[in-house]
Write a protein that binds this ligand. Structure first.
Ligand SMILES: [Zn+2]
Length: 118
């Protein structure tokens, strides 16, 4: 067994053990929800910016922001996460004139509307 291998096994074990002792999550306070919502909005707007950059976007950041959004969707919960995204996508398009989903100037291709106009 290599040192790396052992290290990752220990890490897995520690993660499992700490998971066992973790108390049940406390109900999210209003403040937590507001902070989560703000973080989700910021991450989505960054995503729209990266989309507009297209192939010149930094792919490490694209991956990072994507993971962040997936976590935040879980935290915000559906269907609220989708409703907020659509609201902020519309807002983004009004501000920039860019489609938040493809980054092109012009109509908004909302995936929930079959990519049609929204
Ligand atoms: Zn589009």
């Amino acid at each position: 067994m290599t040192v790396d291998n052992l290290g990752s096994r220990i890490l897995t074990l520690v993660t499992r053990l700490s998971g066992l002792n973790e108390p049940a999550p406390a109900p999210a306070s209003t403040l937590d929800r507001a902070a989560t919502r703000a973080a989700y909005r910021q991450a989505l707007r960054r995503w729209f910016e990266l989309t507009a950059q297209g192939s010149s976007a930094d792919w490490a950041e694209v991956n990072q922001v994507h993971q962040q959004i997936l976590r935040l969707i879980d935290d915000v919960g559906e269907p609220r996460a989708t409703a907020l995204r659509r609201e902020w996508a519309r807002e983004w398009r009004q501000e920039t004139g860019l489609c938040p989903y493809c980054g092109e100037r012009g109509p908004c291709h909302d995936p929930e509307q079959g990519g049609g106009l929204a």
